[in-house]
Design a protein around this ligand. Structure first.
Ligand SMILES: Nc1ncnc2c1ncn2[C@@H]1O[C@H](COP(=O)(O)OP(=O)(O)OP(=O)(O)O)[C@@H](O)[C@H]1O
Length: 255
């Protein structure tokens, strides 16, 4: 299933947050959204997930979600949103409980996502017994359990230290390489965007508009720290972001 945004414009009160955003999210790709603070990235994600409706424009789902999909759109947040009194397995089952699954079906899904996120040995652990990186792997595992058409990821690594973030990026790359998933991935971190994004959308300062779309053709599995082309792309993104930040600064100076 592809997602398509058509001419999305939105205001909160008198503040115009997003202006005329049109975007394609093709199946099997990771599309990163970057842009200055407050330019409307999380708002766009909420529209994509159907949590809110824009003032004007449309969010279209094109094609069918996967055959065995339980929930077409799922979120992964910065703060893992795990129930502390439930084990890893219990947290994953939480999203499966309302779907009338047979017991062995549910067990098979849990075993599959635990294996894919390398958490099988931690099935009975409580969140407090896990590191931040592992907690986020549980949250990703739980998102995958509903076999979503699209995972909406809002700064999923930004609460983690830089080493853990590197490890999680490797995990996401191997997860995607083994079984491609579709994701819209909001981040402030440009090295994350060039490491994970098939396409990076740069939004302008508020009201957010599509400033530039940067495609990155290098296969995810071949992207490594210090890759010359990726460093060049990151520099290109930073130039765009810097212009936006400077323009925002000037705007403030003229108030
Ligand atoms: N429910 C709301 N009511 C009123 N204003 C809101 C609401 N949600 C967001 N905003 C405002 O809309 C603008 C965009 O917010 P949003 O969180 O989408 O931006 P963002 O690009 O994700 O920001 P950041 O990078 O800082 O997380 C901000 O000015 C924010 O204060």
């Amino acid at each position: 299933m592809d997602l398509k945004l058509k001419n999305i414009t939105h205001r909160y009160g008198t503040v115009e947050v997003l202006r005329d955003i049109s975007l394609d999210i093709p199946q099997g790709q990771i599309v990163c959204l970057v842009g200055p603070s407050g330019c409307g990235k999380s708002t766009l994600l909420r529209f994509l997930g159907g949590l809110e409706r824009p003032d004007s424009g449309e969010v279209l789902q094109i094609g069918q979600p996967p055959k065995d999909c339980l929930n077409p759109l799922t979120y992964v947040f910065q703060h893992f949103a795990l129930l502390p009194w439930r084990t890893v397995e219990g947290n994953i089952k939480l999203v499966l409980e309302d779907h009338n699954l047979k017991r062995d079906e549910m067990e098979a899904i849990v075993a599959d996502v635990l294996e894919r996120t390398r958490l099988s040995d931690f099935r009975d652990a409580l969140p407090k017994q896990l590191s931040g990186g592992m907690r986020q792997r549980v949250a990703i595992s739980r998102a995958l359990a509903v076999r979503p058409a699209v995972m909406l990821m809002d700064e999923p690594l930004s609460a983690l230290d830089s080493q853990t973030r590197e490890l999680l990026m490797d995990d996401l790359v191997s997860l995607w390489t083994r079984q491609p998933f579709t994701s819209v991935y909001v981040t402030h971190n440009l090295s994350e965007a060039v490491r994970l994004g098939h396409r990076v959308i740069v939004l302008s300062r508020r009201p957010g508009r599509v400033r530039e779309i940067v495609d990155i053709d290098i296969p995810l599995a071949e992207r490594h720290l210090g890759h010359a082309v990726l460093e060049e792309k990151q520099k290109q993104l930073w130039e765009l972001m810097r212009e936006e930040a400077m323009a925002a600064d000037k705007e403030l100076a003229n108030v």
